[in-house]
Design a protein around this ligand. Structure first.
Ligand code: ADP
Length: 548
């Protein structure tokens, strides 16, 4: 007979993170560079009080449990307040990505049936462009104070955030409800087809927060000062706004200032210890720091993910700046964390070179994420560091279906269980370290064999004259596809095609070496900071390889 445990049944709710932060870390600071231009400071105690006021304001605006409330905002304290006020009161926080095309924003807001939208002043023109087109949004709120409100605006009944707050008192009891209730909504960037929504729950978010904070995940504690460069409009800034409340870490929000200089100044002024972002952002920061011969005096870890972190960047951070790179992998559909690359005890005895080889991998599964690799027929492949196949995942913070069942059932069923197919092609070694060779849609199919573009890009990026490199497939009459390397040179650097190709010698199998190199001024970057390889493939679709 089953005997039930006798522990309290407390639902895992996002509001409990805020209550904890206020009670145990009330004095801890949240520092924001504001769109209005200045630096703003408040404590977790202020955050909690203002979130309660906002919850009262939301109720007065008629926002009910389950309603979607959209944001179009940078990383900042008001956005953080909405994270807690909206989800905590039972509504659903829908973070919109301002880098999307207005048509896509209208599509997403209509699809989500958002009832209100809160936005930073930067995005007023964007809001004016879509306000008359969105079908369900009735409430528009500018996230600023009265003094900075636009004098005139085409937005109907535009409200002022600080005024809404100011009219409320901070007495509000966070409601208790089923932990499986929806808490927030984020759409994938839709590199193929229309964007699809991922609807997180309170339970999935709180469990993800526990896992993300662990030493072998994002490694966050009350002694940290965290600056999330990764935007709060993309997969909840990898969970850091929740983690900071759980562990009581100081938070620093960069607002719109994402260039190397602005970031560096904040890192130093606020004594940031840990930051997180995609490789393209770090590229900008490292070039600024290098050009101005600067050092980081407090930052010691940087989480890099979203696309493969080039090994040359891991080395530069470590050797020139004493910053440990935490390479991590995840997806919008996974809240997002899946793996993180930290050492096991045995690696500590290895040489630095051996350890660099480990750090280039995307890392080990965090507890809560189960993974396996399968071949095209769906048969499970061994973890030998050689066999490569599609990665499948499952776990309590991994999506089971897209919002409104868009696209039907996405899961594949193996051994009677549903697994989410990631679309990533990878190998897993005997220690459980996963390494992505490509996204299945970017893989280059040469004569029936697969060439992983990430390996090729990583080598190209190690050339000191290369600022950015993308490897794409180009049509070939004999081999179907062959790799074509697209390169952006560093400013002032001279680099020829032949020099670039010679750089691959001895570093990679001959048949993996690109057939040609083209130099461009810029590689298109998407809304989440990744190289848009589909756009490049389109651009070079008629490219004639010299080998063709
Ligand atoms: P989108 O699919 O909209 O680009 P996501 O941010 O959800 O948005 O992207 C998830 C994908 O990003 C993963 O499936 C993987 O292909 C890629 N990715 C994420 N982290 C890494 C990493 N560390 N190395 C290589 N690829 C990564």
């Amino acid at each position: 007979m089953t005997v039930l445990g006798q522990m309290m049944q407390q639902p895992l709710l996002i509001s409990s993170l805020l209550v904890h932060a206020e009670r145990h870390h009330g004095e801890q600071e949240i520092v924001s560079r504001r769109v209005e231009g200045d630096i703003h400071r408040q404590t977790f105690r202020d955050l909690a009080a203002r979130s309660r006021k906002m919850a009262n304001a939301l109720a007065k605006l008629g926002i009910q449990s389950g309603d979607r409330v959209a944001t179009l905002a940078w990383n900042g304290y008001r956005h953080m307040e909405l994270y807690y006020a909206v989800s905590g009161s039972g509504a659903v926080l829908h973070t919109l990505n301002p880098r999307l095309h207005p048509d896509q924003l209208v599509y997403i807001a209509d699809h989500a049936e958002d009832s209100a939208i809160f936005f930073d002043l930067t995005f007023l023109p964007l809001i004016e462009a879509i306000a008359s087109r969105v079908k369900t949004i009735k409430t528009f709120v500018a996230m600023t104070d009265r003094a900075h409100m636009p004098k005139e605006s085409k937005v109907p009944g535009l409200l002022c955030y600080d005024e809404l707050l100011g009219a409320e008192n901070d007495t509000f009891t966070w409601p208790s409800f089923d932990e499986n209730s929806a808490s927030s909504l984020c759409y994938t960037s839709g590199t193929t087809g229309n964007p699809k929504g991922v609807l997180y729950s309170h339970r999935s978010t709180v469990l993800h927060t526990y896992a993300a904070a662990l030493p072998d995940a994002l490694d966050c504690s009350a002694r940290d000062t965290i600056l999330p460069v990764v935007p709060m409009f993309h997969v909840n800034a990898w969970g850091l706004p929740y983690v900071a409340c759980m562990v009581g870490a100081k938070l620093v929000f960069p607002g719109p200032g994402l260039d190397g200089k602005s970031l560096y100044e904040l890192f130093e002024a606020e004594k940031v210890t840990l930051s997180a972002g995609v490789p393209t952002v770090w590229q900008g920061l490292l070039s600024y720091v290098e050009a101005n011969k600067l050092k980081f005096s407090t930052m010691n870890r940087s989480v890099i993910g979203g696309s493969a972190c080039p090994p040359a960047m891991i080395r530069a951070f470590n050797e020139q700046y004493g910053v440990q790179v935490l390479h991590a992998w995840g997806m919008t559909e996974m809240s997002p964390l899946g793996t993180a690359c930290t050492f096991k005890a045995k690696h500590l005895a290895q040489t630095q070179e051996e350890r660099y080889a480990v750090m280039a991998k995307q890392g080990r599964a965090i507890y809560g994420v189960d993974m396996k690799i399968v071949d095209v027929a769906g048969a499970e492949l061994p973890w030998d560091g050689e066999a490569s196949g599609e990665l499948l995942v499952r776990g309590p913070w991994i999506m089971s279906r897209y919002f409104k069942d868009e696209g039907g059932d996405p899961l594949v069923y193996a051994d009677g269980d549903g697994w989410f197919p990631t679309g990533d092609v990878c190998k897993i070694d005997a220690d459980g370290y996963m390494q992505i060779t490509d996204r299945s849609k970017d893989v280059i199919k040469s004569g029936g064999e697969w060439i992983g573009s990430i390996d090729i890009e990583n080598i190209a990026m190690a050339n000191p004259k290369v600022a950015m490199a993308a490897c794409i497939s180009a049509a070939h009459p004999k081999w179907d596809e062959r790799p074509l390397l697209v390169v952006v040179r560093k400013p002032g650097a001279e680099l020829t095609r032949d020099e670039m190709l010679a750089f691959f010698e001895g570093k990679i199998a001959k048949w993996w070496t690109p057939d040609d190199v083209v130099f461009v001024d810029a590689i298109p970057i998407g809304a989440t900071g990744k190289m848009l390889k589909n756009r490049l493939r389109e651009q070079f679709k008629d490219y004639k390889l010299p080998t063709a």
